[in-house]
Design a protein. Structure first.
Length: 132
């Protein structure tokens, strides 16, 4: 299965980083694809979003929430829109964990996404421009 963020970015399931601006909407996306490369509809796809505070305690922001089918519909593609609160310190690493069950094999599926939380000004200072 494949994990993707953005309209044209796909990466084989694994942990990888993406920059997210605190206080702005970010849409998580995942596309479930069989080993033969065919998209499929998994059972109970969910997302958990969390980070660790400075004391090392895990803080769950979203816990096992159902993913939503993408619009327009695409077999196997699910999304979850989320806005990170301004109370989370800039530079914090956050994580999204996706889980589901393969209906053909009954196998549990899991993938994670690491996020670098930053402010708009820290993005602008690096010369990155985001266009809506």
């Amino acid at each position: 299965w494949w994990l993707g963020y953005g309209p044209c970015c796909r990466k084989e399931s694994s942990v990888f980083n993406v920059d997210v601006i605190i206080g702005e909407l970010f849409t998580f996306q995942i596309l479930y694809v069989s080993s033969a490369g065919v998209p499929f509809v998994p059972l109970t796809p969910t997302i958990t979003i969390f980070y660790y505070n400075t004391a090392g305690t895990r803080i769950d922001l979203v816990s096992s929430q159902p993913l939503v089918a993408a619009v327009p519909a695409e077999v196997g593609r699910y999304v979850y829109p989320y806005t990170f609160s301004g109370s989370i310190p800039t530079g914090t690493a956050a994580y999204a964990s996706f889980t589901a069950i393969d209906p053909g094999s009954g196998q549990s599926l899991r993938s994670e996404q690491e996020l670098n939380l930053m402010t708009r000004s820290s993005c602008d200072a690096m010369g990155i421009r985001f266009v809506r």
